[in-house]
Design a protein around this ligand. Sequence first.
Ligand code: GUN
Length: 297
Amino acid sequence: MEHSILVDGVIDGRQAARIVRARVKEEVTELRAEGIHPRVAFVRVGEDAASETYVRAKARACGWVGVRSEHIHLPSNTTQQDLFATIDRLNSDNDLDALLVQLPLPDGLGGRQVLNRVAVDKDVDGFHPENLGALVAGCGPLEPCTPSGIMRLIEMLGVDLRGKRALVVGRSVIVGRPMYNLLVRGHATVMCAHRHTPDLASLVAQADVVVVATGVTGLIRGSWIKPGAYVFDVGITRQADGSLAGDVCFDEARGRAAGVTPVPGGIGPMTIAQLLSNTLTCAKLRRGLIERTIHRA
Ligand code: GUN
């Protein structure tokens, strides 16, 4: 019996991530016994402090499961041409399974053009339009790490989305939009709110599942939450006193919600665990060990 990931109304993302990592590690060990040693590269441009922390955390997690990782740090004045050259080199490196470009990028580098440059089969973030399109079609092997990590949490919590209302707050390409589609695929009735949505409180009050990814600290008040709902807080913002805070008022939400993810220790560790799982998928895809088209129900 796996340790419960729900303790006193708090969803333990660190524990859930340990469970995912243990499965990934087993598979990596099997692949290594066959001479396949998965390898991922992280490209970071400029001096964003949070990005540096995230990339270090990703590299550390790779070490835990036996995945090789490489951190390529380019200076802030890198041109788009230089960044493309780096991506092209990694795309054609036959010993490399997966790569990602850490976001945000410095202004002027053209975020979308950069993400489009990553080889589809090495796109461990699932941000390439072909992978995002396949996600909408329900047939892709590579899905963005944060939304797929949240779907795994929902599964581990034993929540059946059939007949449930879900609300996604935020419509970013990396979280909100893929999240919306995964929840619909899971048979929830889904709404997506964003900065132009009036009366957010009344939408939150109707939702059995709430996913919040806005970067607005404390946007969601506990009193708005439907008693017994599950709340997933993707936001993580550094406060003036150095602490980290989410988009949900955690102390208010806890006790009212059936489960709420803390910040830190909620969605972050699951995102990284899912990145490891996707790296494994990339390693298998490139060797024809799994199909490019998944036939989902
Ligand atoms: N920045 C914030 N989240 C992410 C992510 O999931 N992937 C990348 N590449 N950058 C990010």
